[in-house]
Design a protein around this ligand. Sequence first.
Ligand code: PEP
Ligand code: MG
Length: 548
Amino acid sequence: MRGIGVGTGSAAGPVARMAPPPPLPAPRAVGDPAAEAAAIRAALGAVVTDLGERAARAGGPGSEVLTAQALMAADPVLADRAAALAEQGTDGPHALAAAFDGFRAELVAAGGYFAERAADLDDLRDRAVAQLLGLPVPGLPDPGHPYVLVADDLAPADTALLDPQRVLALVTVRGGPTSHTAILAKALGVPAVVGCADAADLADGRRVLVHGTDGMIELDPAPEAVERAADRERRRRERLTGYQGPGRTADGHPVALLVNLGAPHELAGAAAADAEGVGLFRTEFLFLDRAEAPSLAEQATAYRQVFAAFAGRRVIVRTLDAGADKPLPFATSADEENPALGIRGLRTAARDPQLLETQLAAIAEAARDSTAQVWVMAPMVSIPREAAEFAARVRAHGLPLAGAMIEVPAAALRADRLAEVCDFFSVGTNDLAQYTFAADRTLGSLAQLLDPWQPALLTLVATAAGSAAEHGRPIGVCGEAAADPALALVLVGLGVTSLSAAPASLPEVRAALATHTLAECRELAALALLADDATTARSRVRSSMTAP
Ligand code: PEP
Ligand code: MG
C-alpha cells in the first residue's frame, strides 16, 4: 500500500484500528420493553467496566480522565432515564441517545466546568450505543500491546490520550502532509503514512511494516524485511548522535533550532530536547473541547509551566488560532460556508477583543516571574494594519516582542510593510500552502498541491525573507516544511533565520545544516526556485546534497 510518508524511519507491528462512532440505526418497534431496559443497563455497565480496566492500564493523567468518565457512565440517574424511555417503547439505541443528549443539554446550561464535560458525554453515548449494538467500541484502541494505529483521520481530541509508548506508527485513510495526524506523528517521533485510501481495508491484528520516508506500507512483512528496517533505523540514529548543540551551517552561520509545542504532555520531551527554545507554542489545547474560554488565572498557570520548563530560552507564544480545522464554540461561528476563509485566527480577536486581552494579560503575568524570553505572535495576519494593532496590544501588556505569522499570501507579498510594525516573523507553511494553492490542507487528495516543495510557496518564503532581512527582522519557519532536512537547507538559503519543528525532527535537520555551508544552502535554494514543480525541486536538491 502507498500513501504520503510523514516523519522518518520505519516500524513494524500489528494493526489496531480506531473504530468510528456507531451510526444510530433507524428507530424500531420494541417487543419486550423490560428486556430493552435491561439491555440498556447492561450496556452502560459494560462501558463502566471497560473504562475502569483502561484506567487501570493507562496510569498517570490518562487514568484520571478515564476514571472520571467511568464515574459519569455509572450515574444511576442516566441509566434510569434511558431505561424509563425504553419501558415507554423507545428502542435501546434511541433511548440511550436521548438520555445522554438530555444530560448533555443540562451540563451545557450549567456552564463553566460542567459544560466542558459535554464532549465526554458524547464519547460515552457512542460507547454505550456501540456496546448495545455489539459494535467495536469507538475511539482509541487498547489491544494491550504496542500497535500500528490505523484510523480514518485523527482529530486533536482523539489523540490527547494516545500513549507514545504503545503507538509504533500511524496510518490514516485521509489527511495530507500538514494534517493533524502528520503533526502528531512528528511530535511522537513515529513513522506515519497519511492519505492512504487502501488502509480503509486493513484488518485488526494484521502485521504491517510502515515506512515514513517514502509512504510505503508492506503487508505481512518477512522477518528479514523487519530486521533490515530496524537495522537501518539503528544506523540512522547512531549517525545523528555526532551532531549536537545550537544549529549552525558547516561554516558557522547560526540557524536557531526550536521546537513546536502543542499539548501539555509534550512539554517534558520538548524541554529535554537539544533546542534553543520553542518556535511555536500552539495555545489552542487550552481552549479545545470547552464551552467557554479558560480564565486568566488558568491560562497564566499553563503558560508559567511552559516558561519554567524553558527558563533562559526563547518561547514564541502564538495567540489563539481558532477556526477552520480548530473550531471553538465560543470563538467561531458554526454557520460559515467556508470556515478556512472565515473569521479565524487573529480575526476572532477583532470580533471578541476580550478573548485576546485575557490571553495577553495571562501571558504577561506568567512572563513577569520567568527568565524565559517570551515573544508573542499572531496567527493568520493578512494586512499590516492587523499586525500593527496586534503589536500595540502586545506592547501595552509590557511584552516587548510582537510578531506576525506569515501564512496568508498577502502577508508574504507585503512583508516589507509588516516588518515596519512588528518585530519578527514566523512562516506557517501549512496554511501558506493551503491559501496559495486554494487547497484544503486536510485533504489527502490535494497532497501534491500542498507539497511544501512547491516553487510558488518557496517564492513567497523568499519574498518574506528578503523583506525581513532588509529590516533586520528574524524570520523563522514553524510549519511542517521545517522538519524536512533537505527543505530546511533550502529555507536557510532563502534567508530564514530559525527553524521550528517537533523535537524528534531536529537531529536530522541539525545534521543537514552542519554538513552544508550557507553558500551551498543558497545554491540549493536557487535550484529549488528554478524547478518547474515540487517533485523536480525535491529530487534536484536531494541529489545535490552531501550526505551527513
Ligand atoms: C502553519 O499553518 O504552518 C502553522 C504552523 O500553524 P498551524 O499548523 O497550527 O495552523
Ligand atoms: Mg497555521
